[in-house]
Design a binder for this molecule. Structure first.
Ligand code: GRF
Length: 203
């Protein structure tokens, strides 16, 4: 089996990166992580990458004149490592249209809500504020508009009456880790079809 080569982009803790590292360590998993890029030198995810023996690169967006220049540098690194798939895992930068087009249907993201509800950087806070009784997580293909694109998998998480942002985030994250590994497996096995921006999973 030829494994698909995956680049993971992070900005922070990297618990989703860890879930993907653990999934890729399973025998017969169809993908391997060949590169991690962080725009934040202090991201704990960089330690997770190093512990797993994965090349980790820090690209500080502030060192680049424009978003396009930063995204081009990431693109070149991904190409250098012959990445087939790119996973966003808590990557807190908007991507340029050019980058999104370059990785069309090969670029996936994890978001802590049931999209299309609660897009943006405060999905857990916004779900609590709205008083929804069920929230969850979504893995989706990335399109130009933030937190949009064909949905691959979702999991529901009940909101408890006494939930805080932290307590709810912990339960959503548990589901994120399960969903992200499943989505990457399907994508790497070429099991996903996109028709009319809706995703099908073949057996
Ligand atoms: C996750 O909640 C993810 O859905 C969101 O950012 C958070 C990243 O967490 N995009 P981690 O860095 O993977 O722990």
């Amino acid at each position: 089996m030829t494994k698909k080569r995956v680049g993971v982009l992070i900005s922070g803790s990297g618990s989703n990166l860890q879930a993907l590292i653990d999934a890729c360590a399973q025998p017969n998993f169809p993908a391997e992580i060949v590169l991690v890029i962080s725009n934040n030198a202090d991201a704990y995810g960089l330690t997770r990458a190093k512990d797993a023996g994965i090349p980790a690169h820090i690209l500080n967006h502030k060192d680049y004149a424009s978003r396009d220049a930063f995204d081009q540098a990431m693109h070149q690194l991904l190409e250098l490592h012959l990445a087939d798939i790119v996973c966003l895992a808590g990557f807190m930068r908007l991507l340029s249209d050019g980058f999104v087009k370059n990785w069309h249907n090969k670029l996936i993201n994890i978001h802590p809500s049931l999209l299309p509800s609660f897009k943006g950087a405060h999905a857990i806070r916004d779900a609590l504020a709205a008083g929804v009784k069920i929230t969850g997580c979504t893995v989706h293909f990335v399109r130009a508009e933030m937190d949009s694109g064909p949905i691959i998998i979702q999991a529901a998480v009940p909101v408890m009456q006494d939930d805080t942002q932290d307590s709810l985030a912990v339960r959503v994250l548990e589901q994120e880790h399960v969903c992200y590994a499943k989505a990457l497996r399907w994508l790497a096995e070429d099991k996903l079809t996109i028709v009319g921006e809706k995703v099908g999973v073949s057996n």
